[in-house]
Design a protein around this ligand. Structure first.
Ligand code: HEM
Length: 441
């Protein structure tokens, strides 16, 4: 029997503090270096390990609910926390199972497929405001588009893109990794702004709930479903503010990574005119009409472009689990309470799984070269029972939006544009994507 080691190797750092500073200075470079230098399980700090091998990532994702938890802290018994602890995303155990079952009907195939027409129409509306030859900060286009799409899908309603965007942008900002954790109660400018933003977001969400409450009754949308949650039933934890928590987090979880994926994909296509031309040729074969859900099978290359973009720039680049009992991962003993970081960035750019991993090569998804790829080497939507609940909606939306844009425009990088990834606690945000739309001949 192979022996089990006590602690994995990792970078030297005084009680992990030096590592925290290195991590925050450049998180992507730090995790890449750790994986390259120290192997498949890396000790980042005292109770904090990075898990890099698909076999071990699988073990953590698949045993998610038994051995590992997302949040082990006490849930607050009051509404004003700014962290929305009762949402599906932040729950575990029976509570998670109850909420996942409750919300699953929203994401059934027919409902996702039925949204295709709206997705393509919204993308058409987005590009009507574009002027050929005029550079655009693409985030300003794709963020409102994503807010609109998820608002319609989840709530059957037009959401004010600004409402969602202003508040979510700040919440994302507030979760930026900071070298030192500042207690929330200190009246620092950041904390004052955070509380102000939570209030703004609460106001928007409660306003929305009020507006939709009557209309939602009996229709299958998110608000109607969350209003059916019964506190105490089958382990469900649903205090009075559960609808707020679920709406807030679901809107965030849905709109932010969708917008990020669109921006990265359009950027990568602008950098690779040969890829753009192949997508355009594929879309042209559909004829002069809006792409529909039936076309998805015919848009194989476009889908490969999306897959490759999610590989190189996974919008949710980092997540974590905490061991709730002692276990073994990759030959190392994991004590209860140890936090395991799982970063899609690491296996996605590991040459053991993807040849020439830094290259943007959508064909790799079509030419058979990825046959035998370990399932958990590619994890843009996570995996196991907690796989992204919106994954099929996201894939359909990304393909149809890209197909709609490409039909009308070829995008090129604006002169002088400097693009860089900003890694926040979970999101990999593209910064500085300025693109110039050029009418397709
Ligand atoms: C490109 C777009 C998207 C990406 C890359 C993405 C990625 C992910 C990932 C990696 C996870 C797992 C996190 C973990 O295991 O800790 C996740 C979970 C989740 N996602 Fe997505 N997501 C996307 C779009 C969406 C959409 C459109 C929705 C809803 C309409 C959504 C709702 C959720 C929810 C509620 C969870 C938590 C599920 C659970 O814990 O049971 N996501 N997503």
């Amino acid at each position: 029997m192979p022996s089990i080691h006590e602690a994995p190797p990792g970078p030297e750092g005084a009680w992990g503090i030096a590592n925290i500073a290195d991590f925050h200075a450049d998180p992507l470079r730090f995790v890449t270096r750790c994986a390259r230098e120290f192997g498949d399980v890396v000790r980042l700090g005292q109770d904090n390990y990075l898990v890099c091998h698909p076999r071990d990532i699988e073990q953590v994702f698949v045993n998610s609910q038994r051995t590992f938890a997302k949040e082990t802290g006490q849930k607050p018994s009051y509404a004003r926390t700014g962290s929305y602890h009762y949402a599906l995303m932040h729950t575990d155990g029976e509570d998670w199972r109850y909420k996942r079952r409750l919300l699953q009907p929203l994401f059934k195939r027919e409902r996702v497929d039925a949204s295709a027409e709206q997705v393509a129409r919204a993308a058409e509306e987005m590009i009507t405001s574009w002027t050929p030859g005029e550079a655009r900060a693409i985030e300003g286009d794709v963020a409102p588009l994503a807010a609109q799409l998820v608002g319609r899908f989840l709530l059957g309603s037009e959401l004010s893109a600004n409402e969602v965007r202003r508040a979510t942008a700040f919440v994302a900002w507030s979760f930026r990794p900071l070298p030192i954790r500042i207690p929330r109660w200190l009246p620092t400018p950041g904390n004052i702004r955070f509380r102000w933003s939570v209030r703004q977001f609460d106001r928007a969400i409660y306003g929305l709930i009020e507006r939709l409450r009557e209309r939602s009754r009996g229709s299958s949308n998110l608000l109607d479903l969350v209003q059916q949650a019964r506190d105490g039933e089958d382990g469900c934890l649903a205090p009075a503010w559960y609808p707020r928590d679920e709406l807030a987090i679901m809107l965030l979880a849905a709109h932010q990574p969708t917008a990020i994926a669109l921006a990265w994909t359009l950027y990568l296509m602008a950098l690779h005119p040969e890829v753009d031309a192949r997508v355009a040729a594929e879309v042209e074969q559909l004829g002069d009409r809006r792409a529909t859900v039936e076309d998805l099978d015919r848009l194989a290359y476009t889908s490969a472009v999306i897959k490759e973009s999610l590989r190189l720039y996974p919008p949710v680049w980092m997540t974590a689990r905490e061991a709730i009992e002692e276990c073994e991962i990759g030959g190392y003993r994991i004590a209860e309470g140890v936090s395991l970081a799982l970063s899609a960035w690491v296996p996605h750019r590991d040459p053991r799984w993807f040849a020439d991993p830094e290259a943007f090569r959508p064909e790799r998804w079509l030419d058979g070269s990825l046959e035998g790829l370990p399932k958990f080497a590619y994890i843009p939507f996570g995996g196991g029972p907690r796989l992204c609940i919106g994954a099929s909606l996201a894939k359909l939306s990304l393909v149809l939006v890209i197909a709609t844009v490409v039909r009308r425009y070829r995008l090129t990088l604006a002169p002088g544009a400097k693009v860089s990834p900003l890694a926040t606690a979970s999101f990999l945000i593209p910064q500085g994507v300025r693109l110039v739309p050029r009418a397709r001949a």
